[in-house]
Design a protein around this ligand. Structure first.
Ligand code: ZN
Length: 427
């Protein structure tokens, strides 16, 4: 790219710093909390109105019948597209508009967009409304600067990333929105830090294990069969055998943080016995069922079949060894690990732009958890996709989540430069 184009672009973006902050605050003030999927349509229409006013063709796509979709909570996505002067590749910026619930521990209003010490605070500031705002300012600056480009630029705001993305990117991918020839390169401004290119994520397998027993009076447990004690036996095997084995499985994927550069397992939930939610004491019963949801994150070097077989092996062993033990295993969710080629055009373009803007080399990383790249890779069959955005990964989903204003400005400069070099096939 000619130096004067680049300099004018960077100057324009720096000059729009206040506008970038205002846009981030406006987005935070639309509390798109998921679950349940509140005010998605308000947020999609807010983005659509802004971009339509700047010459984009805007479409809304509701994921009818997707998990959680209803007239009260419609899964409304927005896609905006602007064409260049002649045919060419398309660069797409995709951001999820949903945020996780605020939770406890905030020292500021999570939906006010408080600006303090060079940061914007709020639920979604980091993950990922600050990233959406930066990508919008980047694209608008390209248009405003009048720099000619072939092809097209797209921006989408999609729902439900925090709950699997089926009504968002997953739905749009089945309709062809994330496939060639419509789109060639995708950048997802998830919070992976301003100087890092995220090329993929670990695999995920969630399963619900249910142990079975038989009810009896709590004073005579020997007459029943306690499902909670059976689950205790499962937990003991997980604790003493499986978790140490997982910790020994290391990956060549550059996963951050360092603690996630191995296989992991979390117990997401466990439920057993009579509920106490009526305000009294639970009735004296031997529990006849106990349910546990496990969250297994695995490496590209691991076979997904093996991930399942490790758990089935423990359960089958117990069925043989432990009197009265019976179980059911249900798969809840499964996504394969995803990894973009470290030498793919979008990786090189964003890497070079980071080096130009920040004056230091870009790091390549892999995310510990999944994000919408999985749908783009598996459903859209589009490989040239990364996550890159201004948020700090460790702040995602935390109380007092924030995004740094300098980081937003820098990441917008990186996104604008990378998009132009991809459109002009300069990488
Ligand atoms: Zn996110």
């Amino acid at each position: 790219m000619p130096l004067d184009h680049r300099e004018s672009l960077f100057r324009r973006i720096a000059a729009r710093r206040d506008e970038l902050v205002a846009l981030t605050r406006d987005l935070i003030r639309i509390p798109t909390v998921n679950p349940p999927g509140d005010v998605y349509t308000d947020c999609a229409e807010f983005l659509g109105r802004r971009l339509a006013g700047r010459g984009f063709a805007v479409e809304y796509v509701r994921a009818d019948g997707a998990p959680g979709d209803s007239d009260r909570y419609p899964r409304t996505n927005v896609i905006a597209r602007v064409e260049g002067r002649e045919p060419g590749p398309c660069v797409h910026f995709n951001g999820h508009i949903d945020v996780v619930p605020a939770g406890q521990g905030w020292t500021v209003d999570p939906f006010e967009g408080v600006v303090k010490d060079g940061r914007v605070y709020g639920r979604g500031a980091c993950d990922m409304k600050g990233g959406i705002a930066a990508s919008i300012i980047a694209v608008e600056a390209i248009l405003e600067a009048g720099i000619p480009f072939p092809g097209a630029l797209e921006i989408s705001g999609t729902v439900d990333e925090e709950s699997g993305g089926y009504g968002g990117v997953g739905h749009l991918a089945t309709l062809g929105y994330f496939s060639r020839p419509r789109v060639d390169h995708v950048i997802i401004p998830e919070p992976l830090n301003v100087d890092r290119v995220c090329i993929g994520h670990r695999g995920v397998w969630w399963a619900e294990i249910e142990t079975k027993g038989r009810v009896a009076h709590g004073s005579m447990p020997f007459l029943g069969n306690c499902a909670v004690r059976h689950m205790g036996a499962v937990l003991h095997r997980i604790e003493t055998e499986l978790i140490p084995r997982l910790a020994a499985k290391r990956t060549a994927m550059p996963v951050v943080p360092e603690g996630a550069r191995q296989s992991t397992l979390n117990i997401n939930a466990i439920h057993g016995g009579q509920p106490e939610d009526h305000g009294g004491l639970p009735s004296p019963m031997v529990p006849d069922r106990c349910r546990m949801v496990i969250d297994r994150r695995y490496l590209i070097e691991e076979d997904p079949e093996e991930v399942r077989a490790e758990i089935v092996g423990i359960l089958e062993d117990l069925r043989r060894e432990r009197p009265g033990f019976d179980y059911e295993l249900r798969e809840v969710l499964a996504f394969l690990p995803t990894l973009t080629d470290a030498d793919a055009p979008v990786v090189r373009a964003v890497g070079a732009a980071i080096e130009t803007v920040l004056g230091r080399p870009a790091a390549q990383v892999v995310s510990p958890g999944t994000y919408d790249q999985k749908h783009i890779a598996r459903v859209g069959h589009l490989k040239d996709c990364i996550a890159y955005g201004p948020g700090i990964l460790d702040l995602a989903h935390q109380p007092d989540e924030y995004v740094g204003i300098d980081d937003m400005v820098h990441s917008a400069q990186v996104m604008a430069m990378a998009a132009l070099s991809l459109l002009r096939r300069e990488v």
